[in-house]
Write a protein that binds this ligand. Structure first.
Ligand code: UN1
Length: 496
């Protein structure tokens, strides 16, 4: 039998399997679920295996079994496999980028861009795997060779969201593997195809069986048993605060190492001396790309009152002109929300803000040509109070509020007055104010004169306060999470 991700066919739609111990297979229950295009829900992308406890058990067993050999393998061997996977993915960037757009709903430019980013991430970790693994120290005994070595942890669970369906899995899985861990990968239920594509590339690159296992399915049927499996030593999770907190409590209670990346309520501060056109472009990109569904999205424009009216006007004009539609069309600038439920929730938040008396600056005339996709028109609210719901809660959609303030000090105070602290931007020409902002802002990723979203693979990524769990992903920080330190005192035997 061919070892292919497509294990069956339901009419015209393929059925994709789980990947366990080097083999694509159906879920033990035999069940699968449908995955549809959020821009055109009648477009069935495929069916995906609905994993369950039995599958999780098989995947964890495979990861546990494969760990000894993989953890002892040369980092150079691992680097070569990651590099090969990057090449395989690179050769399919356009195809997979289009699939990402069809499955997730971000624009083609973003879908292909994100896939290229996954290629870059795999390449980066191929290099990172070849970096030093420890440090050499002086000892009280001059004859002692005293050094540390970072060693892998064991089987890890990688639990990822739908909003970056290939980049986030790549930036968690690649370091886990590079540093000698094995993986059970549980992707978001809504974006299993990207997870299959990444797994295929890594499998084809020559990962030994059991080193990476993919179990698609729901949080309850796959996520819970995975998090609670005693053999899973570490868990890296990106998703909502509610799920993250719960996950951390149950996993740390049994002694697992846990890393969480969660929400944001990211501010872009615009001072009166800023280049307004540049600020407008970056605020809109930060707020509206990926339909506002990034934890790094800009959701508060905190603006000096001297330029607040002008900036609001320009934002309203340009946001109102964004071409919303099917992201598979090149001209589209903003696609749908991920699901019917998400669209309903975000539309409800917009209605609620209007009912509470907030001023909607963009026109919200219903569009005629959006079909039955999960579309919500982008919304800009003006004169928003810093303590309003719109300025405090993460809405995860194309909604932006302008909060007028009096100068930098008040702007920073307002910016910090939320429970999140992922990313933040400042727009100014004044280096002194920029330095003050960098020092006082409570955020893990800080930008001056660029948008709040974005994360390069070679630097640490993560948030302050409720956005994260005080650990960082990517860059050198990934090695810290996915390894533990062994300290070695090596003394010569006493000479005869
Ligand atoms: C980005 O801004 O490009 O889920 C990355 C998220 C973040 C990643 C953002 N963890 O939106």
């Amino acid at each position: 039998m061919v070892n292919s991700a497509v294990i069956d066919q339901h009419g015209a739609a393929p059925v994709f399997g789980l990947y366990i111990n080097g083999e694509w297979r159906a879920a033990a229950s035999g069940k699968s679920y449908e995955n549809r295009n959020p821009a055109r829900p009648d477009d069935l992308i495929g069916s995906f295996a609905s994993g369950g406890t039995e599958d999780v058990d098989a995947a964890v067993s495979a990861a546990a079994e494969a760990f000894t050999a993989w953890s002892m393998s040369s980092p150079i061997t691992r680097a070569n496999i990651l590099y090969k996977a990057s090449e395989i993915l690179a050769s399919r960037v356009n195809e997979i980028g289009r699939e990402l757009t069809r499955e997730e709903g971000k624009t083609l430019k973003e879908g292909i861009g994100e896939t290229s980013r996954a290629v870059q991430i795999l390449r980066y970790y191929a290099g990172e795997a070849q970096q030093p693994t420890g440090e050499h120290y002086p000892s009280a005994n001059p004859a002692t060779l005293l050094y540390t070595v970072r060693e892998p942890l064991g089987p890890c669970a990688i639990i990822t969201p739908w909003n970056f369906p290939i980049a986030i899995p790549a930036w968690k899985i690649a370091p886990a593997l590079a540093f000698g861990n094995t993986v059970v990968f549980k992707p978001a239920t809504l974006t299993p195809l990207c997870a299959v594509r990444l797994t295929e590339a890594l499998a084809e690159a020559g990962l030994p069986e059991g080193v990476l296992n993919l179990v698609t399915g729901s949080a309850g049927e796959v996520g819970d048993p995975l998090v609670n499996d005693e053999r899973i030593i570490a868990i890296s999770f990106t998703g909502s605060n509610e799920v993250g907190r719960q996950l951390k409590m149950s996993a740390t209670a049994r002694g697992a190492k846990v890393q969480l990346e969660m929400g944001g309520k990211n501010p872009a501060i615009v001072l009166a001396d800023a280049d307004l056109e540049h600020a407008v472009t970056n605020v809109i990109n930060g707020a509206m790309m990926s339909t506002g569904q990034k934890c790094t999205a800009t959701s508060r424009a905190i603006v000096d009152h001297r330029v607040a009216d002008e900036l609001s006007e320009r934002l309203a004009q340009r946001i109102g002109a964004l071409r919303v539609g099917d992201p598979q069309e090149e001209a589209t600038q903003m696609g749908p929300l991920i699901s019917a439920e998400a669209a309903k929730r975000v539309a409800g938040e917009i209605d609620r803000a209007k009912r509470e008396g907030l001023t909607l600056l963009t026109k919200d005339g219903a569009s005629t040509d959006l079909g039955d996709g999960y579309f919500v028109r982008p919304a800009l609210f003006g004169g928003v109070a810093p303590d309003s719901r719109l300025a405090q809660e993460e809405l995860f959609g194309p909604v932006l509020g302008v909060i007028p303030v009096d100068g930098l000090d008040e702007a920073i105070e307002v910016a910090n007055n939320v429970r999140f602290g992922l990313s933040a931007s400042l727009f100014t020409r004044d280096i002194g104010r920029a330095l003050t902002f960098v020092r006082k802002i409570q955020a893990g990723v800080v930008h001056v004169n660029s948008e709040t979203a974005g994360a390069e693979p070679q630097v640490p990524f993560g948030g302050y306060k409720g956005s994260s769990s005080y650990s960082r992903e990517q860059g050198k920080a990934a090695r810290e999470f996915f390894t533990q330190v062994k300290t070695v005192y090596l003394d010569p035997p006493p000479s005869a």
